[in-house]
Write a protein of this length. Structure first.
Lengths: 222, 228, 222, 228
């Protein structure tokens, strides 16, 4: 498989570009949980004028931006254990109530990273099942089945050039048939019954070139 | 900008259909969204399924909705109308269907609906007539009944104070089923006595975070009726 | 069966006497739910110096005495819809949390009235199953299975002179094998494996006379 | 008179036995009852089963309890020790048993224990390795896994403020698992930063009513460690 960064005609999105791209698609008024990594960056790029309420598994609704280092509140961390702030209108609650929000389908959206997404919507993002390593799952499985919509944001390929969009996941599943949309460094794709429907690509990239870099069945936007 | 306040009860109730399942908070005369129920009556909605602890009181609100024969079925723990025999009359006449549910099972079934739990086991009602026909299971030597989540199309909630995000606090015994029902309906509608500015309610004290609320209408009706 | 009040040697307890008798047995520090009727009166007779915390199904812990009529708070009713007060240290919570306390075995004691109690501890107190009448159950079934201890307080016989202590309940059960102790107008009885063990009787009443007025197997305190 | 305050951590922990199942609140470095855990260490308790979201951080509290090999089994969603590889080392050496539970299922299983629900169905983990060997059921076209209540012999809770009845409030993200665990153990022990007079905490804002609490010890330790 070809490497993503060996092309003159197009440029893959970097982490910030990806976060900004996802943020564009979040409408005013949604309740959103962001996973660790690039998803967390999405909060910094919500277009002005939109009020989006961010949820954190550890009992917070209304996460605000991270504080300056000298203004850290040691009592206020997000699910990734980063220091955060609370916006006006925010609230605190306990873990069972927090997962009522998640598992009871009250979140409009969850954005997670992934190792692999299969074209039937299967998600693998919690363990690579490395022998001897202790597995950890956190809230990933709850979020995957609970949010009204699950979007994945990830590089299109691994550092070794392997497609992260696949026909069938090789890693252990987080949840079957849960992903609705994937934002990769190269394209935006919806999970539809036949496979991934390409909703958008980075400028200069052709459908054929995208397909050649993808181990799954792609369909152009009709 | 998120602003869940609407200008009228009619606007708050927009889109509710005949045949809907409506969760109605309140316990006795306390914490029941009477003005929203009156709105349902004015809209002429019928064939409703109502989930509530009691069947209302006197000739107002929920009691009136029943008396007007707008309710096909009631799911409740204590189907009496305080100060009236109209529920008994309807029931004897076969004009209303009753699903009697123990109060705790009712609360837990609604909570389960809000929490994404489709079914759970409980010791309540095991070995009684209210468990007839239900799946049971022995776990660690005790018999439990399997109960299903109880979802609403709509929840009618009465709050003491609300902000534009729909964050709610309640007053004393007015809390009762309201916060539980707020989590369990596709459309949660709140009537509030008082309006708070965003950020004015201490985030440690919010009982219902706005995520569970769709619409809020300001109805400063005052105190519940005193019934002696 | 003989009528309770046609005797010179002994006097059955009245409602207040019964409530006072039950209250004597509630230790300092217990969390207690009281049913409608005589059980509610128990709260007025807790011996001085004991701090007992009363729970109400509709989301109150720390019920205080009823207010004077001109000081009624219309927002503060108990499960019987009577106006009450809250003592310092009391708290409010929603119905699911309230029944967590009940069903999760956090109450030290529940005191209920009854139509019948069987000698195996079966309780019938929610419906007489009168044809055509709408049944109502409230929190009775939850309390019967949930409290750490269930005590019943009731007249020894019905107005028609029928024993309310029975070998087998005739009315529909509230819960099987749940009653630990019964306070009647004539005696205090524990439910033990062979039947009811008589813990105490009103002054002047003999065991034989009590047995003759009881349709269940009684055993004297060893 | 009810007074749940005890004078020392040692008194608070009295009666806990080797082999006990201990629910430990906290999320990351926030809201964990470190002084109570240190007390367990001093008592020399061993063969413990610990239920906690994480495996602790650095070399303190829960992390130290693990490093000292006092824990036979940990039930948690994210078994990592921030700033240390000691959990991985123990795990690889087969010196600790791990029951990995999705975070929401963990919270709900503990809540179920507190609420008298012995088992419930959830969509979480259905179709994954974490559901292997578990009973599943299709309900309304979706597959659910049956999960059991998770009780503790002891819960160690960190609160912000407590009164002598054991009424508790928490601080910000310090709330997390604490109120849920407080309901689910035979013996609930609280360390609190501040002491309130009875009646001083607004009854509308109490998060854990005292009924769930057995003992309280005043440990004004200050803020959690800042970890950057």
């Amino acid at each position: 498989m070809k490497s993503e960064n060996k092309t003159s005609a197009w440029t893959p999105l970097d982490r910030v570009g990806l976060a900004r791209r996802v943020a564009q698609d979040i409408p005013d008024g949604w309740y959103v949980n962001l996973g660790i990594g690039v998803p967390t960056l999405v909060a910094n790029h919500v277009p002005e004028g939109r009020e989006v309420v961010f949820h954190s598994e550890n009992g917070i609704l209304g996460l605000g931006p991270g504080p300056e280092t000298d203004k850290i509140n040691p009592w206020l961390v997000n699910a990734g254990k980063q220091y955060v702030t609370l916006v006006p209108g925010g609230s605190y609650f306990h873990h069972a109530d927090s997962f009522t929000m998640i598992r009871g389908r009250h979140l409009d959206l969850c954005v997670l990273g992934a190792f692999e997404v299969a074209q039937n919507g299967d998600l693998a993002n919690w363990t690579t099942a490395t022998p001897g390593a202790a597995p950890a799952v956190g809230g990933a499985m709850d979020l995957a089945v609970g949010a009204k919509r699950l979007w994945v944001v990830m590089d299109h390929s691994t550092k070794e050039g392997k497609s992260k969009l696949v026909r069938k996941c090789g890693y252990p599943l987080t949840a079957p048939a849960c992903v609705k949309r994937v934002y990769t460094s190269l394209a935006v794709l919806d999970v539809v019954s036949e496979g991934f429907r390409v909703v958008g690509m980075v400028p200069g990239l052709s459908f054929e070139e995208l397909q050649s870099r993808t181990d799954a069945d792609l369909f152009p936007l009709a | 900008m998120i602003d869940k306040f609407v200008n009228s009860v009619a606007e708050a109730l927009e889109g509710i259909k005949d045949g809907a399942t409506i969760l109605v908070g309140g316990f006795g005369a306390v914490g029941q969204a009477n003005q929203l129920i009156d709105g349902l009556i004015e809209l002429g909605l019928r064939d409703l399924t109502v989930v509530a602890n009691n069947a209302g009181y006197r000739q107002i609100g929920l009691a009136r909705l029943l008396q007007l024969r707008r309710v096909r079925k009631i799911i409740c723990s204590f189907p009496r109308i305080a100060g009236s025999t109209s529920f008994e009359d309807l029931y004897r006449a076969g004009e209303i269907e009753l699903e009697l549910v123990p109060q705790g099972t009712l609360a837990e079934r609604i909570r389960a609906a809000g929490a994404g739990v489709p079914a759970f086991f409980t010791a309540t009602a095991a070995g009684t007539d209210l468990a007839l026909g239900k799946e049971t299971r022995e776990i660690d030597g005790r018999t439990y009944v399997l109960e299903n989540a109880l979802h609403g199309d709509v929840a009618l909630v009465e709050a003491w104070r609300a902000d534009r995000w729909g964050n709610l606090v309640y007053r004393e015994a007015g809390r009762n089923f309201n916060p539980v029902m707020a989590t369990a309906a596709a459309l949660t509608i709140v009537q509030t006595q008082h309006v708070a500015k965003l950020g004015e309610i201490d985030p440690e004290t919010i009982v219902t975070p706005g995520i569970f609320v769709n619409r809020v209408v300001h109805v400063p009706y005052g105190d519940p009726l005193i019934m002696l």
